[in-house]
Design a protein around this ligand. Sequence first.
Ligand code: G3H
Ligand code: 13P
Ligand code: ZN
Length: 284
Amino acid sequence: MLTPLKDLVQAAQAGHYAVGAFNFSNLEILKSITETAQRLSSPVIIQTSQSAIKYAGLGFIVAMARAAAEETDVPIALHLDHGTDLDLIKECIARGYSSVMIDGSHLPLEENIRITREVVALAHPSGVSVEAELGRLVGVEDEISVDEREASFTDPDEARRFVEATGVDALAVAIGTAHGQYKGEPKLDFDRLKQIAGAVETPLVLHGASGVPAESVSKAIKLGICKVNIDTDLRLAFHGAVKSFLESSDSYDPRKLLAPAMEAMSEVVATKINLFGSAGKAVR
Ligand code: G3H
Ligand code: 13P
Ligand code: ZN
């Protein structure tokens, strides 16, 4: 059985740790995540972007996630990451996702509230949790001024208004992280995070956490982050392992090619789970 994200992030909030949310799009990535969570007795969130669903197919994603939940005894939430397509969100709810994200962060505040309320009304009656985003993550490639960077960050007063108006179960905040590989060291706005956490009781989510120094992630968790999203670090581990295998072996057996990739991804997942403090927190 898949677990609602709400249960995992609320337990994390009460226990002052965070749950890792790892993106997957195939069996090898999924098994690396869930088998490591099992080994460390950690709750875990497995998530797919809309493009990952397009790649693997919704039926395969749900079947693989259900199999992973049956094969383990740690709580697993299956979450839609950065949902923008209402039809797909409805389909994910109908097909068994235990959580969905509606990403209206690119919309004006009132529009973001409206669409998020709509998704909450669709999801909650089926026991499905909802994550939303307020503020905008800038791209690692974006050349923007300090003022533009500040303007894209989450405003604490707007966050209070947003969660009251929508009733979301988790809120993604923009405090200086970005998706993808950072060029320099990301600088997080911890004062802002503190203010947001003081303004809302809703568990907070950190996107773009790959490549963020461990001390910064720990500090963000201390200040109220309860869900941490990781994708790029898994992709880099996968890519690095496949590349060195191909440089050193002539084997054409896909299982031999992907075994070191799984090992490398499992190592990343274990490091993150230990950093987030969720090891040993599995209760189902
Ligand atoms: O936040 C974005 C995730 O890393 C997913 O990216 O659309 O390439 O699957 P994707
Ligand atoms: P990274 O790829 O930077 O780890 O971001 C992941 C993420 O936020 C998925 O929503
Ligand atoms: Zn994200």
